[in-house]
Design a protein around this ligand. Structure first.
Ligand code: FES
Length: 164
């Protein structure tokens, strides 16, 4: 019978192996540094240090140089994140149509223990005609109440917990 730590190690090993495949594919093309960093984040949910080292080795640069590139961009995470990120637009159109209610509702729920999601304020998602709008991971949600937004986020967290 496999132990839980053995299963975790096996999952981690599979992630490194999958990343190595992506790195090899990217190496064949010039200018794919960001693609490799995205691959790390896809596999690990953030720029996991050992994986960043694999990319740095493939590029023939130091990890410090690679982090120097990554820190220029806001889309990379440097610490583990919960599986669901809710990005709430707080720009004018959304503000006028209840973004603060959504933000406060989600923040209150996110700080409840083990909520499984994190809330970020963002400035305009390009969905102004659907204000108030938010992104639940990559899924756009518009014209929702605070309660509906929370339901969407919780459904996404539940789906992640079920492996979906
Ligand atoms: S102002 Fe909220 S999506 Fe543009």
């Amino acid at each position: 019978m496999a132990t839980q730590s053995g299963e975790v190690e096996s999952v981690e090993a599979a992630k490194y192996a999958a990343l190595q495949v992506e790195i090899e594919e990217c190496k064949a093309e010039p200018g794919t540094t960001l693609d490799m960093l995205h691959a790390v984040q896809r596999q690990f949910g953030y720029l996991e240090p050992r994986a960043v080292g694999m990319v740095a080795d493939a590029l023939g640069i130091t990890k410090a140089q690679l982090y120097g590139v990554a820190t220029f961009y806001t889309m990379f995470f440097f610490e583990p994140k919960p599986p669901v990120i809710a990005r709430v637009c707080v720009n004018l159109s959304c503000h006028l149509r209840g973004a603060q209610d959504i933000l406060h509702t989600l923040e209150a729920a996110a700080t409840a223990d083990r909520s499984g999601f994190e809330v970020e304020e963002v400035m305009c998602l390009g969905l102004c005609e659907q204000a108030p709008a938010l992104l639940v991971n990559e899924v756009a949600v518009g014209q929702v109440s605070a309660a509906e937004a929370l339901e969407r986020v919780q459904a996404s967290v539940a789906a992640c917990n079920e492996g979906g």
